[in-house]
Design a binder for this molecule. Structure first.
Ligand SMILES: [Zn+2]
Length: 254
C-alpha cells in the first residue's frame, strides 16, 4: 500500500516533468516559426511589415509620400519626357487618339480605353515606375481582349477585340499599365521589372492592321478593378490598391 502510493506520486512527477520539458521545446519551436512570419498591412497611408514577435518595431515599406516622390509615372519610352510633352509630340489627333474618344459603330458604341502614342515602329517600351510586376503577357499577334460596348437603347454587352501582343504591368499603387500592339515582348508572367527593363517593342499587331493607322503604342491605365481610366488624371495611392499589389508579391521562401 505504502510502496504503491509513492510509486504513483513518482509517476505523476515524471509525467509533469515530461509535460514541462516538451512544452518548453514546443514553445521554442513555435517562436522559431513566428520568426519567419511577416505581416504586411496598411497604416496611416503607409504599407508596413511587422513580425508578430516584435509588433512595436514595424518596418515601413512604402509611404504615400514615398510613392509620390519615387513612384510618379515616367515616360514609357524612357526619354525623360513629361506626360504633357508626350501628348504634344506623339499624339496625332486629339479627338481620336485620346482616352474616351468614340470607337466602334452606331450599333456597338464603345470608347477608346487607352491613349495612342505614334512613335517609330520598334521603339523600346519600359515600365512607368522603378518597380512593377508583369501580370499579363501575350506573344500572340491575334490575342483577344474582352471589351464592353453599348447597343442602341443603352443596353450593355461585351465582345472580344484583337489587341495583339501585349504586356500588362502592376505598380505599387495598385495601378496597371497595358502596352498594346507590340511587335515583340521580352518579359514573362510574374516577372519583376524596373525602369531599365525593356518589356517590348512597339509595333503593328492586333486590330491596328484593319484600322489603316501606322504603328503606335496603345497604352491603357487600369485600376485594381480592371477599370480603365484617363491617364491625364492624377494617380492616387489607395489602401485597397496596395492590398491588390500585396496579393501578387512573393515574400520569403516559396
Ligand atoms: Zn488605341
Amino acid at each position: 500500500m505504502k510502496i504503491s502510493a509513492s510509486l504513483i506520486r513518482a509517476v505523476i512527477v515524471i509525467i509533469l516533468l515530461i509535460i514541462i520539458v516538451s512544452d518548453f521545446f514546443y514553445i521554442k519551436f513555435l517562436k522559431k516559426k513566428m520568426d519567419n512570419i511577416t505581416i504586411l498591412t496598411c497604416e496611416a497611408d503607409s504599407m508596413i511589415a511587422v513580425n508578430p514577435l516584435s509588433f512595436k518595431e514595424p518596418k515601413v515599406l512604402f509611404t504615400s509620400e514615398f510613392i509620390d516622390v519615387f513612384y510618379h509615372y515616367e515616360s514609357p519610352f524612357k526619354d525623360g519626357k513629361s506626360f504633357n510633352e508626350l501628348i504634344k509630340e506623339y499624339i496625332r489627333n486629339r479627338w481620336a487618339d485620346h482616352y474616351g474618344c468614340g470607337r466602334g459603330t452606331r450599333e456597338r458604341k464603345r470608347i477608346h480605353e487607352g491613349i495612342d502614342f505614334f512613335v517609330p515602329e520598334n521603339t523600346p517600351v519600359y515600365p512607368l515606375t522603378n518597380f512593377g510586376i508583369v501580370t499579363e503577357v501575350s506573344d500572340n499577334p491575334h490575342y483577344l481582349i474582352k471589351v464592353e460596348y453599348e447597343k442602341p437603347g443603352g443596353i450593355k454587352d461585351s465582345t472580344k477585340i484583337e489587341y495583339g501582343k501585349l504586356v500588362r504591368i502592376l505598380y505599387p499603387e495598385g495601378i496597371e499599365s497595358v502596352y498594346v500592339h507590340l511587335n515583340e515582348v521580352f518579359v514573362k508572367l510574374n516577372q519583376t521589372v524596373d525602369r531599365n527593363t525593356v518589356v517590348g517593342l512597339t509595333g503593328l499587331t492586333g486590330n491596328i492592321r484593319n484600322s489603316g493607322k501606322p504603328s503606335h503604342l496603345h497604352m491603357e491605365l487600369r485600376d485594381s478593378e480592371n477599370r480603365s481610366f484617363d491617364p491625364r488624371n492624377r494617380l492616387r495611392f489607395e489602401q485597397n490598391s496596395a492590398e491588390y499589389f500585396i496579393e501578387h508579391i512573393n515574400i520569403g521562401d516559396e
